[in-house]
Structures are given as C-alpha cells and as structure tokens.
Ligand binder design. Structure first.
Ligand code: ADP
Length: 555
C-alpha cells in the first residue's frame, strides 16, 4: 500500500477506535505509536489483575494493578518475569504462584478456558489473600495456542465476610439448639406439677360434696388441661422446627377413621348447637400412612371449623380421586358455615402464631399454632393443603394425599388408640397387683387414686432400688415406672430386671414408663431397654386402654 493511502487508512482506524483523529500532521509512525499507546493504556489501567504469558509461562505483560501488588511501578516492568521472580519481588515464598501456573499450563494444553476458579490462598505478612481467576488460551492467526491470558479478582474481603457469616450462623444454630433444649426441659418441669393439678382436680371433682366444690374442681381441671394443651403445642412447634418428627406408617380404614373423628368432635359440635355432616366415598381404600399425624391434621381443622362457626354446620368429606394398583389419591374436605377469612389474610393463616381473628373481644381464643402444625404435618405426609373462604359465609380446607394402598386382610389393620369410652374397656380381666414407682408424691397420689378406683391393688415405691427389689420378689400384673427416679433411673431398673427375668426364665412382665419428657428419642431409649410402652404424664384414665391392649397382645 502507498504511504499516503496507508496514512489515510490509519487515520480512519484511529478515528474508529478512539473517536479522534489524533493530529492532521502526524506521520504513520505517530499513528502506530498512538494506537499502541492507546491499547496498552487500556490494559494497564484495567481493574483486577490482568496478565498474559507465553508458552513457557513467562510473563509477556500485566496491568499496573498487578505490578503494584508485586512491588513494581508499572505493568511494563513485568515483561519477561517468571512466577518465581514475581514471588521473590513480592517477598512471597518462591512457589507462591505455583497453583496459578499449573492451571495455565492446563489451559494451554487443553485449549479449554478455566472459569471462576478460586485459587488456593496466598499467605503474605501474616495475612491471607484469596483470588478468583478466569484464564483463557491466547492464539495466533493460525489458531495455534501461543500463551494464556488471565484475570484474577481479589476476593479476600468477600471471603472474610463469608467466614464471619459462617461463624454467625454456627452461633445462631447453637443458640437455637440451646433454646430448644430449654423449652424441652422447661416443658418437662412444667408437666410434672401440672400432672398433679390435673389428676388431683379430677379426683376432687369426683369426691365433691357440694355443687360449688364440684364446679371449682372442674374449672381447675379444665384450666389444667388447657395449659397442658398449650404446652404440648409449644413442644410440637419446637419439634416441627427441628424436624425431629418421624413418620410411623399404619394401615388405616378411612371409613372407620372418619367415624372416630366424628365421635371425638360430636360433643363440641352439639355444645355449639351445630350440625356435623359426614360424606364418605363408598370406594375408600385402606391406606397406609401415619395415623397420629393424619388425625392431628384433621382434628385441628375440625376444631377450627367448630370454633369459628356460630350457626349452621361443619362437614367432613373424603373422596377417592384416583386409584392405581398400589396407591390412591385421596381428597379430604373440611368445611364450615362460619365467619370465614378475609381475602388479604388468607395467605398468612398457616404462618406460625398468626391469627386472622385476634381474641381482643375474647370471642375466639387460640395461639395461631394449629394451622402451622397442620401444614408441617401435611408436608411430612407428602400432601397438599388449600383453603377456600369467604368472609361471613364460611371456609373449606381441602387436603390431597397420595397414599399407598393396603391389600392384606382386614384383621391386620391397626386398632385406634384411646378413643373408646371407659365402659367398653373390659377392665375386669386385668385387675390385680400393680407396681407403681414414682418419686413425686402428688403424681403418685393421683396415679394411685385412679388405679385404686379401677380396682387394682397398688404397691407404691418412691425409689429405684426398691422398685427393682419389688419386681424381683413380688408378683404383679404389670408395672408403671417413672423414668426419672432419684437413685436408679427407670431405664436402668428395666434393663436389670429384664436380664434377671431372662436368667430366671420368668414370663414377660409388661412394664410401662411414665415420663414428662416429650421427645421421641426418650421413647426409643425406653423401648430399647425393655419398656413395653411409654406413657406421657399426666397419667389419666384413658392410659388404661393402652395398657389393656398390651395385656391382650400378651395373652
Ligand atoms: P388458632 O385457631 O389457635 O388461632 P390456627 O393456626 O389454627 O390458630 O388458625 C390461624 C387463624 O386462621 C385463626 O386464628 C383464624 O383467624 C383463622 N382460621 C382458621 N380456621 C378457620 C376457620 N375454619 N374459619 C375462619 N377462620 C379460621
């Protein structure tokens, strides 16, 4: 190209790249120098660390930022340096940049860029520096790899923040764990005296000689029950938060199940003058799921339906939406003709402690825990919950589950827990001597009174060693042991007794644990050592039903 045309070409290129023509009188050389200067300036003044190396990992250049970090004045001074020389210049160990070099060799060998790679930390002057790098191969016109270009960002501040956050998170977790332990312990300590209040007030009501005395006894009893329910809810929320709940699968006859719920809800429904409708699909299968959790979900929803309905009806409907060989889609609807929920509040009702109708008028009491637990339990059973509601007209909660189907014989279906009235318990069969070991005098008195009333002969002890001695020397139909006895723990007594029982070829004595602890782990521990079942304080008359079931299974 003739020089004049070349000059014109350079002018055009310069204008295109820089937006300026530099100078009307400039020579070709001036233009070339100007363009080189322009590009090197861009590279030298780039933020982060920019560098490029030849095939031997010798630096062909870098920006000023990098140069300053390595104690050089400008990027130009870096040309020709090896990583070892750079490390020496920066007073770093000679091999400090070795990890950088390894990646660069790999990028040049494979031609694959290395993206967002966190370099191993670099230690200097008692400080630690972290870099995040991107490296890509440099190619000539023919496409051959002739080197590598890299950009490294100093992420030390980010890493420090991250580790501070990690420490804060650990601390928060520890504090949360301490809170849970505190709640669990407190609940234990509260349950024991409460068990006494509930048990004794019930006895006092029975023995009352005037209507007034009886009324006071009933009030104390129901206040105690309410307090216990609140305590249980607090424990459930704590347990749900920590997901320490496990699923226990049982076969459930949904028809039967709905009837049990009906029987349980009927007194509250009648007391409010409401109607309770039940509609059951005739094709309901026997499903396999966690009975207690499903019951808790439905009882919570039914109780709310009753609570928030002044007149009209509540209803429970169960439908089979779909059935395959091994599973069925079940829909459960719980509806009411009550006060309904405002549109803007509906999204919040499943939040912990949220109440759409606060009790400032003392009309609707509650703690805003029920639906939170319902949602958690539904999720645990892989179900879905939805709510449809209109203020002043009523609400409908809809649940959908996919349950495995039970194909076995009807006799194998597990029996419901404790809903039967006392008349049907058939207690005559199991009367006899019972050992009760309990160190709290109030609880012992309440338990003794209940059992005596039911016709048992009670042998009561307040210490562990005495309990073990009694078990080995006297004959009982069953035994009830508090697990927290002062000298010898209930678990230890049973462990020793079971061993003795085996060595002396005695038949299995049903032993029940009585505890104020709420955790599932305590239950497991009790069962592991040889307790037949764990009963929660307060010991009430329906606990006899559980005992009876064990006695029957034993026969
Ligand atoms: P609680 O009933 O103890 O307040 P829940 O968590 O069970 O707590 O319910 C949260 C809130 O949702 C209730 O306070 C009430 O405002 C609203 N709610 C729940 N069920 C119904 C219902 N069937 N009808 C009207 N409002 C309801």
């Amino acid at each position: 190209m003739p020089e004049k045309n070349y000059l014109e070409y350079l002018k055009k290129v310069t204008l295109q790249i820089t937006g300026d023509i530099f100078s009307e009188t400039a020579s070709v050389q001036d233009y070339v120098d100007n363009l080189i200067n322009y590009f090197t300036n861009i590279i030298y003044s780039m933020p982060n660390n920019v560098y490029w190396l030849d095939k031997n990992c010798v630096l062909r250049g870098g920006n000023d930022n990098l140069a300053k970090q390595l104690n050089f004045k400008s990027g130009a001074e870096l040309v020709g340096l090896t990583y070892e020389q750079m490390a020496q210049a920066a007073n770093l160990p000679t091999q400090a940049f070795e990890p950088f070099r390894i990646t660069e060799v790999e990028v040049m060998k494979t031609g694959v860029p290395s993206i967002d790679k966190e370099e191993p930390p670099i230690k200097a002057d008692g400080k630690v520096f972290y870099y995040l790098s991107n490296k890509t191969p440099l190619r000539n016109k023919k496409g051959e790899i002739i080197g590598v270009v890299g950009i490294s960002t100093n992420i030390t501040k980010l890493k420090e923040t991250e580790s501070a956050l990690q420490i804060a998170l650990e601390k928060a977790k520890a504090a949360n764990k301490a809170k849970t332990e505190f709640i669990m312990n407190m609940s234990h300590d509260l349950r024991t005296p409460l068990a006494g209040i509930i048990g004794l007030s019930s006895l006092q009501t029975d023995d009352a000689t005037s209507a007034r005395e009886q009324q006071y006894g009933e009030w104390i009893h129901s206040a105690g029950e309410q307090l216990l329910e609140l305590l249980n809810s607090v424990i459930e929320v704590t347990a749900a938060e920590h997901q320490i709940e496990s699923i226990k699968k049982e076969n459930i006859n949904l028809q039967q199940f709905a009837k049990e719920l009906h029987a349980l809800m009927q007194p509250a429904v009648v007391a409010k003058g409401l109607e309770f409708q039940i509609k059951l699909d005739t094709h309901l299968p026997i499903v396999i799921t966690d009975r207690i959790k499903l019951k808790r979900i439905l009882l919570n929803l039914l109780s709310n339906a009753v609570k928030f309905t002044k007149k009209g009806k509540i209803s429970l409907e169960i439908n089979r939406l779909m059935k395959k060989n091994d599973e069925a889609k079940i829909e459960i609807l719980i509806a009411d003709t009550g006060i309904g929920i405002a549109k803007d509040k509906i999204d919040k009702i499943f939040d912990r402690f949220y109440r759409a109708h606060p009790s400032y008028k003392a009309e609707y009491t509650g703690y805003g825990i029920g639906l939170f637990l319902v949602k958690k339990a539904t999720k645990l059973l892989d179900g879905k919950i939805k709510v449809f509601s209109e203020e002043g007209k009523g609400s409908c909660f809809s649940l959908e589950f996919i349950f495995p189907i039970f194909h076995g014989s009807i006799d194998e279906i597990s029996h419901p827990g404790i809903e039967h009235p006392m008349e049907s318990l058939g207690l005559e069969k199991i009367k006899g001597a019972v050992l009760v070991a309990e160190d709290n005098a109030v609880v012992l008195f309440a338990v003794k009174s209940i059992l005596t009333k039911l016709g048992y002969e009670i042998i009561a002890v307040t210490e562990g060693k005495a309990a073990l001695h009694a078990l080995q020397t006297q004959s009982f139909v069953w035994a009830l042991l508090d697990i927290g006895l002062p000298d010898l723990e209930g678990t230890e007594i049973v462990k020793q007794y079971r061993q003795w029982e085996q060595e002396n070829k005695k038949s299995h004595l049903p032993i029940f644990a009585l505890t104020a602890h709420a955790e599932e782990t305590i239950k497991d521990k009790c069962k592991d050592v040889g307790f037949d079942h764990v009963l929660k304080k307060p010991f009430t008359e329906p606990d006899i039903q559980i005992i009876k079931q064990f006695m029957e299974n034993k026969e």
